[in-house]
Design a protein around this ligand. Structure first.
Ligand code: NAD
Length: 317
């Protein structure tokens, strides 16, 4: 990886894409940021707007609207482009239309000679990451979905509030589909090195397992609640994407719940799902297989089966 000029190409300069770009600029995460959108004028306007903030950012980032030819020497290709669900449209119809969108993006990117890492945010993110893998022919290590990274951040924030602890000292994950079948393996949730289930049983009623269940539900329903209030969610996911980008560009070996291709882990094969994984300049270095209880393992496998079924319905021609 060329770390002298850390270059990122972003496709899809909508709410999510531009929240990412704005956070990239403010966190000075790369040296060159290229914005691509089917609406070229929009990408140009967004590049102008960000450039006008450069003087206040302490960054020398080069930002411009470009094309797929700019991917040749890019380190990371981020995709947050997509079409929205039409009234009456099924989930599979939407998937089929987003497959066509991804075909129009991934094929010219690969043709450019791009040899970096794909980072996918478009929903349904686990399936769109799998589609990118198929369309690109890349090794799965270099095709990453944002997975349950945002859900995990929401969980740590809510547990931090509940236990009155800095979320950075909360170690807990949301696993599986980024969607309805996601779940929290509570047996693996810790505050510092103390299991939250022990904290609940020892708290004399101050903390409880019911409280954990409520938090798990709130995490799952968070996106819907935000959408009801302001139509869509974008700041949190934009920052989650920056976090993953940093782990790649700085070769951090960070553990993040990204969506990756499972090959036998947790008894699941050939399916993309959110699992704690080590992320570095190679993309997914490895998956950390947690010691789930039988009940948690069943929830994870059920979630993977839902994803597998949805993926198997997609036509690629
Ligand atoms: P948006 O409609 O604001 O932006 C989508 C952009 O994609 C638009 O600018 C559009 O012009 C562009 N686009 C469409 N077709 C294209 C093509 N063929 N080539 C290039 N660009 C194209 O939507 P948004 O709010 O930014 O959301 C983007 C995606 O992110 C959605 O799929 C949304 O569900 C998803 N999302 C994911 C998460 C997550 O946790 N992974 C969270 C929130 C949103």
């Amino acid at each position: 990886m060329n770390t002298n000029n850390r270059k990122v190409v972003l496709v899809g300069t909508g709410f999510v894409g531009m929240s990412y770009a704005y956070a990239m600029l403010n966190q000075n995460t790369c040296d060159e940021l290229v914005l691509v959108d089917i609406d070229k004028k929009r990408a140009e306007g967004e590049a102008m707007d960000l450039n006008h903030g450069l003087a206040f950012s302490g960054s020398h980032m080069k930002i411009y609207a470009g094309s797929y030819e700019d991917c040749t020497d890019a380190n990371i290709m981020v995709i947050s482009a997509g079409v929205a669900q039409k009234p009456g449209e099924t989930r599979l119809d939407l998937l089929q239309r987003n497959t066509a969108v991804f075909k129009s993006i991934v094929e010219p990117v690969v043709a450019s000679g791009f040899s970096g890492i794909f980072l996918i945010a478009t929903n349904p993110v686990d399936i769109m990451a799998h589609i990118t893998l198929t369309l690109s022919g890349f090794p799965s290590q270099r095709v990453i979905g944002t997975g349950t990274a945002l859900d995990t951040a929401r969980l740590r924030y809510m547990l931090g509030e509940y236990f009155h602890v800095d979320p950075r000292n909360v170690h807990a994950y949301v696993m599986g589909e980024h969607g309805d079948s996601e779940f929290v393996p509570w047996s693996q949730a810790l505050v510092a090195t103390k299991p939250v289930l022990d904290l609940c049983s020892e708290a004399g009623g101050k903390f409880s397992c019911d409280g954990m269940t409520k938090i798990g539900d709130e995490v799952k329903n968070a996106a819907q609640k935000i959408i009801e209030a302001k139509k869509s969610t974008y700041y949190g996911i934009g920052m989650a994407m920056v976090r993953i980008t940093k782990a790649i560009l700085s070769n951090e070996n960070s553990v993040l719940t990204v969506s990756t291709l499972l090959r036998g882990e947790y008894g699941c094969d050939n399916v993309y799902a959110g699992v704690p994984s080590i992320v570095n300049q190679n993309g997914i270095e490895s998956v950390i297989t947690l010691s789930l209880t039988d009940e948690e393992l069943k929830k994870f496998q059920d979630s993977c089966n839902i994803l597998k079924n949805a993926y198997s319905g997609i036509q690629f021609n």
